[in-house]
Design a protein around this ligand. Structure first.
Ligand SMILES: Cc1cc2nc3c(=O)[nH]c(=O)nc-3n(C[C@H](O)[C@H](O)[C@H](O)COP(=O)(O)OP(=O)(O)OC[C@H]3O[C@@H](n4cnc5c(N)ncnc54)[C@H](O)[C@@H]3O)c2cc1C
Length: 298
């Protein structure tokens, strides 16, 4: 029996763990993959106060993990498959164990959205992916296509441009949706081309991408581009990992909380990208993890 169980070891979950332990609570974080969550897989971490120069997702995740371990947070590397949150004792069932806790903090974030286009599933990991930090080297001197125009997509495109011959950003809107800082950097980077008001329509190939189709949103015209061995990186938004929480009030799939991060079920808190909110950054995830843990520990 734990005082507090936290699901997810991204920035929100780690922050919650550090604060919960500091208040003398027996705390467990359950993580199905690696400490760090989404930010652990990005090329560079930007804008979070206190990051080191050249901070990568990997170095940031490592420091999150070290800090939590040194604080005395216990980890279980298991996948949560079912939860029963309505009772006084919260039941958390993973692929390996059955845990009980007085309070839970749901910090298991989001999953990158798939495009659902022909060829995407078949070529996933064979040219289509989402981990620029890990895969950029494989595309040195080759062409790369980045799908998405928000901050994360454009930041990864800037990183990929250091390796690839040409980077093409495919974005469905008329202009990029990223911050001014990234837009200025794009303008100064010679090998990035914008393919606006367009969507990736289909991808073809067997063991690698051979060609892709791009549909123009304005005209409906579909252009086929032969580009054998190119890389396609998809940053097309994310869907909340809330399928486990049918007992909770969800809005557009996200968890609704009060300002203390508590849901409508007493003792059940949520923090980070999984919450219904407008700004999804490391800083907001960390702040919400802090609030959730401090209130859960009372
Ligand atoms: C490309 C990109 C670049 C970004 N760059 C920045 C940046 O530079 N600066 C910034 O501030 N923000 C950035 N962000 C946003 C930032 O990554 C997120 O806001 C932040 O990671 C949210 O943290 P979180 O803890 O809420 O969730 P997540 O980071 O998503 O962590 C959730 C964790 O829960 C785990 N999990 C999920 N389901 C289960 C389950 N069933 N059982 C157990 N564990 C589970 C996952 O494995 C994961 O580790 C970027 C986002 C993207 C997509």
């Amino acid at each position: 029996m734990y005082d507090i169980i936290i699901i997810g070891a991204g920035p929100a979950g780690i922050s919650a763990g550090i604060y919960a332990v500091s208040r003398g609570r027996k705390t467990l974080i359950i993580e199905k993959d690696q400490v760090g969550g989404m930010i652990g897989k990005v090329s560079t971490v930007t804008h979070y106060a206190g990051i080191i120069d050249g901070e990568t997702g990997e170095t940031f995740a490592e420091r999150l993990k070290n800090q939590a371990q040194q604080a005395g947070v216990e980890f279980a590397y298991e996948k949560v498959e079912r939860t029963e949150l309505g009772g006084k004792i919260k039941e958390i069932i993973t692929d390996k164990n059955h845990y009980r806790a007085a309070k839970v903090i749901l910090a298991n974030g989001t999953t990158p959205r798939k495009l659902g286009i022909p060829g995407e599933a078949e070529l996933y990991g064979k040219g289509i992916g989402m981990n620029a930090a890990r895969d950029a080297e494989m595309y040195r001197g080759k062409n790369v296509y980045v799908v998405g125009g928000a901050d994360g997509a454009v930041k990864e495109a800037l990183f990929l441009a250091k390796y690839a011959a040409h980077v093409n950003i495919i974005h469905f809107e008329e202009t990029l949706g990223c911050i001014a800082e990234f837009r200025e950097k794009i303008a100064k980077t010679g090998n990035i081309k914008l393919i606006l008001h367009s969507r990736l329509h289909a991808v073809y190939g067997a063991d690698r991408v051979e060609s892709l189709e791009i549909a123009d949103e304005r005209t409906g015209a579909i252009e086929t581009i032969a580009d054998p061995g190119c890389g396609i990186f998809v940053y097309a938004g994310a869907v909340p990992n809330t399928e486990l929480y049918q007992e909770l009030k969800l809005e557009q799939g996200f968890i609704v909380t009060d300002e203390n991060m508590e849901t409508e079920i007493p003792g059940v808190y949520a923090a980070g990208d999984i919450r219904k909110k407008n700004v999804r950054q490391v800083s907001t995830a960390v702040a919400e993890g802090t609030l959730a843990a401090i209130h859960a520990a009372v």
